[in-house]
Design a binder for this molecule. Sequence first.
Ligand SMILES: C[S@@+](CC[C@H](N)C(=O)[O-])C[C@H]1O[C@@H](n2cnc3c(N)ncnc32)[C@H](O)[C@@H]1O
Length: 202
Amino acid sequence: MAKQAQNYERYKSWTAESYEKQGIMTYLCRMPADRKILPVLSRIKDKSVLDVGLGTGDYTRLLIDDNRIVGVDQNPHLCRLNVKVHKGDATQLSTLVGGEKFDIVLSTWMTDYLNDEKLQSFFCEAKKVLKEDGQLLTTTIRPNGWGLVYLVLARYWRGTDKHACAKKRVADMLKNAGFNDIEILNLNSWLGIPWACLVIAK
Ligand SMILES: C[S@@+](CC[C@H](N)C(=O)[O-])C[C@H]1O[C@@H](n2cnc3c(N)ncnc32)[C@H](O)[C@@H]1O
């Protein structure tokens, strides 16, 4: 629990500017993954979107003109966009948003901060705050291949205790949370090696 808290607390001392300085993992992993994520985001228009763990709002920025966005983050000071950001945990969404319902719950590169128990809780809370036909869009890290390299580097280089989750386990957790229509797509690094997943669930 203490370690878990340390993970997102490392952002406490960061500013929006220092966060913008992206590291090598951004170039190796996130940029190639964006080739699959950005086309999905570009189709979102006229929706209410809850961006969970939005950070500086790199992805929110792409949606803000055509949609109504609300954020949740443990570190709301990172976001300089004109967006309401609730300070709090991804496992307490329904309490934080106070009964509001959304077309989309978006969460990019946040679930790796959650252990299995918290990930399940996040999925259940996402389901609670979604409208009946609402959609969860999130990323998860794979526990093998380049995903494992990512976890090891995060732990020994950055001192961050990140978590991965196998596709089958992610699907089971989503079903437990009440999602039925589940798509889990591989996100590859530049070498074409899968390291993460894009989860699209209704
Ligand atoms: C790697 S950043 C991702 C930011 C943004 N979504 C993006 O893709 O650029 C992770 C963000 O998730 C937030 N975060 C981590 N664990 C969280 C939790 N349990 N609840 C809410 N926010 C959390 C951190 O404060 C940070 O802003």
